[in-house]
Design a binder for this molecule. Structure first.
Ligand code: 5GP
Length: 331
């Protein structure tokens, strides 16, 4: 663990509202006014998230049902600030028991939401205020578009990312996330072009489920993203395109894929395909709140002996950590 804790590495795929440390979530839940707003959906979601054995998921679609509960708790600027602060501390501050931080650099991502207490712009600024308390070598923001947004909302969110960057705020990229079966990815095209023209990096959740059609995957690849999230079910044509782009880093979330049951075992995980071909990957946590994982734990999975891990040696793991740093948007 000392080797992993001392390894300089970047966390490139962590969703803010999925990465709230459980202690912070519990504090927010304690301060949440109980009443009519605490609908059954919120109450049940919070019970699941706080369950001592962690959240049990039957399939990836169960995972997305957890977010309304979290969103109820982070709807005010003050709660969002506390949540963001908790996430950044969790990743960046030295944990004395392990002798290092989870990572040396994080690109935290979030969908800017208009909550009734703040606009999308105010939401993004609250998160940026916290991120910018750390040096640029340590933290930056990726602004996410939700797949379920219509074209004008996608345009609004990308335009927000561009204008914040132009103001000199620390926005380094855009992402597309959300329930993988929602939305029309053709709507993204002209907005991605604008994001790139403004110098933002582009990362796209892609081919996360076997039900994502190949035409959609190819469309997303045609936007020439810099990085891909998950990329679990690329067909041969998509793999060919991806391998033809030797800098297109794949953000790998081992525990997330196992717990959402999109990958049956570590042995079957698509990371093996990329490692064999020396294609860049970065190891990421995705959502530490529901998955109860950590970046150090994800790296430990690389090193543990099979079947509990991938059995990689220190030199290989060091190379993977270096790839994550090379694939940052913010440098
Ligand atoms: P937020 O953007 O609200 O800070 O973070 C939570 C959101 O990230 C969720 O509502 C969901 O849309 C998105 N998200 C979190 N994990 C995943 C994932 O593994 N795949 C996809 N496609 N979206 C995710």
């Amino acid at each position: 663990i000392a080797f992993i804790a001392n390894l300089p590495k970047a966390e490139l795929h962590a969703h803010l509202n999925g990465s709230i440390p459980i202690a912070t979530l519990q504090e927010l839940a304690r301060d949440f006014p109980v009443g009519d707003d605490q609908s059954d959906q919120v109450r049940v979601g919070l019970e699941k998230l706080q369950h001592p054995d962690g959240v049990g998921l039957e399939e990836i679609h169960d995972f997305f049902k957890l977010f309304p509960a979290i969103y109820a708790l982070t709807a005010t600027p003050e709660a969002l600030r506390r949540a963001t602060r908790g996430v950044l501390r969790e990743f960046l501050e030295i944990d004395d028991s392990i002798g290092g931080p989870q990572c040396t650099y994080i690109e935290l991502r979030t969908i800017p939401k208009s909550t009734g207490f703040m606009s999308r712009g105010e939401y993004a600024r609250v998160v940026l205020d916290e991120i910018e308390k750390y040096p640029a070598e340590q933290a930056a923001l990726i602004i996410s578009v939700d797949r379920k947004m219509n074209e004008s909302e996608m345009g609004e969110v990308v335009a927000l990312a561009v204008s914040l960057k132009e103001e000199g705020r620390r926005v380094v990229g855009v992402d597309v996330c959300g329930n993988p079966l929602n939305g029309d990815m053709n709507h993204l095209e002209r907005h991605i072009v604008k994001a790139k023209a403004a110098g933002l990096g582009v990362t796209l959740h892609i081919a996360e489920t076997k039900d994502n059609p190949s035409a959609e995957t190819l469309k997303l690849l045609s936007y020439e993203p810099n990085r891909l999230g998950h990329a679990t079910f690329l067909d041969d044509e998509a793999k060919g395109i991806m391998l033809g782009s030797p800098d297109m880093c794949i953000e790998i979330c081992l525990s997330s894929n196992l717990l959402c049951k999109t990958v049956p075992s570590l042995e079957d995980h698509h990371i093996g395909y990329y490692l064999e071909r020396n294609h860049p990957v970065s190891i990421c946590t995705d959502d530490i709140l529901p998955f109860r994982n950590s970046l150090l734990g994800e790296y430990a999975l690389l090193m543990a002996a099979p079947p509990f891990g991938l059995g990689l040696g220190e030199a290989e793991v060091r190379q993977i950590a270096e790839m994550s740093l090379r694939s940052r948007f913010g440098h």
